[in-house]
Design a protein around this ligand. Structure first.
Ligand code: NAD
Length: 503
C-alpha cells in the first residue's frame, strides 16, 4: 500500500474549517489531511426543509477506502502506545469543542437532517455524554489475573485494542451515532475509518474529523470517507483490514454488512431497526401514558430506531387515549427547524416520505381511521394518529420511521405481550401501569433489548447498555459493553516453575 495521494497544498480544501454549512466541507479526511474532491463524483447535501443544496462533499471510491484502511493500520500501534491519559485528554478536548460549537452544530443538524432545536440539544448532550464515558475507558480496565489449574502458572488476561475499526452510521442522529463508536475506539487505542451517511456527511463524519484534529489527534488515527453506501458500502464492510465493523442502520442493510464482515473474520457490531411498542395497561395513568406516547412518537418526526412504532392500549382506555394523542399531535408546531418553536421538521427525503405516506394510506384503505394529521406538504409529514389499527396493517407491522402513531386495542396483558412480540424486531419498548410489579411482568415477557416502565422507548444513557435482539441487532453499545467490542483479551500465561508433563 502506498501513502495518501496528497494533492499540492494550493489544491487542498480549506484547512481552517469552521463548523458552518458553507465552509469548504468538500473533502475527505485522510491521514490528517483534508483531501479535496478532485475528479471524484460529488454528493450534494440537501436541506430537507428548503430542498436547497447545503454543501457538496466527495463521493469516496473503493480505492479511497483501501487507502483509509491502510493509513489507519499504519497509525494504530503508535497511537495505542500513547499513555492512556493522553488518549483520554484528546477525546475530552474534542468533547469540549463540540460544546463550543453548539450553535453552529444546531444549524448543521437543521439543514442536514431536518432536526429542530430540541433534537439538536438532545443530540449534542448524547454526543458529549458518550465522549465523556468513552474518554474514561482509556484508563478503565487493562485486563485481569486468573488463577491457574496448572501448578506454578500465572494467567493474565491482557486487554488490547481491537486494531482498526470500521464505522458506518445513518443520518438520523449522525453526530451521536458516529461519536458513540469513534470516541471509545480512539480512547482505547484503536484507529478508525468512518463512513457517514450520504445525507449527513458533515455532522456524521467531517465535524468529528474537525474537532479531533483541533483536539490534537495524531494524523491517521481517524479517517473519514463520505460515500454512497450502495456504491462503496460492500467494499467498506467486507474489507480485510478492520477487526471490528460497527454498523448502525436498517436491518436489511445490516444483515449484509454483518455477513460480509464475518466473511472477512471481522467482528460485526450491529445496531439495527425497531418496531417498538408503547403498552398502556388498564390501570395506567392516562395523562402520563399519553404525554409519553406523544413524545415517543413525534420527536424528530419519529425517525429514531427507538421511536414508538405502535401504541397498544387497553380497550377500557382506548377512546380517551386516542383522543388525547390526537389532540397533542394536532398542536405540535410544524415547519422549518430553524424557526423558533418548531417541534416537527421535515422527514429526510422523498423515498422516506413516500414510504410513510404509503403505509398510512394502505392502512386507511384496510380500515384504519385518521384521528389527526394524515397529510403532507413537501417533506413535511403531519403528526398522524390512526385508530382502529390491527397489528397486521402496514403501518404497524413495518418500521414506518415517521411521525405516525398507530393505536391498537387489546383486552388482556397476555394479548398485549403477544402483539408486541409479533415482530422480527426487538429493540426497545415501554409499559405503563400503576402497578410496578405488573408492568415488570410485562417488561420481562417482552422480547427486546430495552424496556422502559412508565416512560416511552426513547431513552439512551451513555453508561447503560444499549442494543436489541433479533432483527434489531447484535451486541451492545455504551461504556463497558462497547469496550468489550472495541478491545480483545489476550491470554498470556507465565509458567513460573518447571511443569511436569506426562511424557
Ligand atoms: P441504511 O441502512 O439505509 O443506511 C445506514 C448506513 O448504511 C448509511 O451510511 C448508508 O450509506 C450505509 N449503507 C447503505 N448500503 C450499504 C451497503 N451495501 N454496505 C454498507 N453500508 C451501506 O439506514 P437508514 O435508512 O439511513 O437509517 C435508518 C435505519 O437505521 C432505521 O432502520 C433505524 O431503525 C436504524 N437505526 C438504528 C439505530 C440503533 O441504534 N439500533 C440507531 C439509528 C438508526
Amino acid at each position: 500500500m502506498t501513502g495518501t495521494s496528497k494533492l499540492p497544498a494550493e489544491e487542498r480544501a480549506v484547512t481552517e474549517l469552521a463548523i458552518t454549512p458553507d465552509n469548504g466541507w468538500n473533502a475527505l479526511y485522510l491521514d490528517g489531511d483534508w483531501v479535496p474532491a478532485g475528479d471524484r463524483d460529488l454528493i450534494d447535501v440537501e436541506n430537507p426543509a428548503t430542498r436547497s443544496t447545503v454543501a457538496s462533499v466527495p463521493s469516496s471510491t473503493e480505492s479511497d477506502v483501501d487507502e483509509a484502511y491502510a493509513i489507519a493500520t499504519d497509525a494504530q500501534s503508535a497511537w495505542a502506545e500513547r499513555p492512556p491519559q493522553e488518549r483520554a485528554a484528546i477525546v475530552t478536548e474534542a468533547c469540549e469543542l463540540l460544546g463550543e460549537y453548539a450553535d453552529d452544530l444546531a444549524t448543521l443538524f437543521a439543514v442536514e437532517c431536518g432536526g429542530v432545536q430540541l433534537k439538536a440539544d438532545f443530540e449534542l448532550q448524547l454526543a458529549q455524554g458518550t465522549m465523556e464515558v468513552g474518554a474514561g475507558l482509556a484508563m478503565r480496565d487493562g485486563g485481569r489475573r486468573k488463577e491457574s489449574v496448572t501448578p506454578g502458572k500465572e494467567n493474565l488476561l491482557v486487554r488490547e485494542p481491537a486494531g482498526v475499526v470500521g464505522v458506518i452510521t445513518p443520518w438520523n442522529f449522525p453526530l451521536y451515532l458516529s461519536s458513540r463508536v469513534v470516541a471509545p475506539a480512539i480512547a482505547l487505542g484503536n484507529s478508525v475509518v468512518l463512513k457517514p451517511d450520504e445525507h449527513t456527511p458533515i455532522t456524521g463524519g467531517l465535524v468529528l474529523a474537525k474537532v479531533f484534529e483541533e483536539a490534537g489527534l495524531p494524523a491517521g488515527v481517524l479517517n473519514v470517507v463520505p460515500g454512497y453506501g450502495h456504491e462503496m458500502g460492500d467494499h467498506f464492510s467486507g474489507h480485510s483490514v478492520p477487526s471490528v465493523m460497527s454498523f448502525t442502520g436498517s436491518s436489511e442493510v445490516g444483515r449484509g454488512v454483518g455477513q460480509r464482515a464475518v466473511g472477512s473474520y471481522t467482528e460485526p457490531a450491529l445496531e439495527l431497526g425497531g418496531n417498538n411498542a408503547h403498552i398502556v395497561l388498564s390501570d395506567a395513568d392516562l395523562e402520563r401514558a399519553t404525554d409519553a406516547g406523544a413524545f415517543g412518537s413525534f420527536t424528530h418526526q419519529g425517525q429514531e430506531c427507538i421511536s414508538i412504532n405502535r401504541h397498544l392500549v387497553h380497550e377500557s382506555l382506548y377512546d380517551e387515549y386516542v383522543a388525547g394523542l390526537a389532540d397533542r399531535a394536532a398542536q405540535l408546531p410544524i415547519g422549518d427547524p430553524r424557526e423558533e418553536g418548531t417541534l416537527v421538521g421535515p422527514v429526510i427525503n422523498e423515498s422516506q416520505r413516500d414510504k410513510i405516506v404509503g403505509f398510512v394510506d394502505e392502512s386507511v384503505e384496510r380500515g384504519a381511521t385518521v384521528e389527526a394529521g394524515g397529510s403532507h406538504d413537501g417533506l413535511f409529514v403531519e403528526p398522524t394518529v390512526l385508530s382502529n389499527v390491527t397489528s397486521d396493517m402496514p403501518v404497524a407491522c413495518n418500521e414506518h420511521f415517521g411521525p405516525v402513531a398507530p393505536v391498537i386495542p387489546f383486552e388482556t396483558d397476555e394479548e398485549a405481550i403477544r402483539i408486541a412480540n409479533d415482530t422480527e424486531y426487538g429493540l426497545s419498548g415501554s409499559v405503563h401501569s400503576s402497578d410496578i410489579a405488573r408492568a415488570r411482568d410485562v417488561a420481562d415477557a417482552l422480547e427486546t433489548g430495552m424496556v422502559h416502565i412508565n416512560d416511552q422507548p426513547l431513552n439512551d444513557e451513555p453508561h447503560v447498555a444499549f442494543g436489541g435482539v433479533g432483527a434489531s441487532g447484535m451486541g451492545r453499545y455504551n461504556d463497558e459493553w462497547i469496550m468489550d467490542t472495541l478491545t480483545t483479551l489476550k491470554w498470556i500465561s507465565i509458567q513460573r516453575e518447571p511443569r511436569e508433563y506426562p511424557y
